[in-house]
Design a protein around this ligand. Structure first.
Ligand code: SF4
Ligand code: SF4
Length: 84
């Protein structure tokens, strides 16, 4: 299980700083950052610690079991960013 970022993400990078295992990308200095519509969580590297949730000002990060019905597609979109 992993946490998922949805399309209300504004790419302010606060979650990147909060994540202890560095599983949120792309980072500002990585290729594709400008083009990315939002940030994505690596579903296999995320350790489900929840540290990213309270720092997100747009409430764009959800644990899988709390992901709203109309945001289910983002499970696949987060994984797809990593080619999974
Ligand atoms: S739940 Fe923890 S490990 Fe997963 S993305 Fe958020 S801060 Fe990183
Ligand atoms: S803290 Fe929220 S709005 Fe900011 S980059 Fe992370 S998911 Fe996007």
């Amino acid at each position: 299980m992993a946490y998922v970022i949805v399309d209300t993400c504004t790419k302010d990078n606060l979650c990147v700083e909060a994540c202890p295992v560095d599983c949120i990308h792309p980072k500002e200095d990585e290729e594709g950052y400008e083009e990315a519509p939002q940030l994505f969580i690596h579903p296999e590297e995320c350790i489900d610690c929840g540290a990213c949730v309270p720092v997100c000002p747009t409430e764009s990060i959800y644990p899988l079991e709390e992901l709203p019905e109309d945001k289910q597609e983002f499970i696949e979109k987060n994984a797809a960013y990593y080619g999974l």
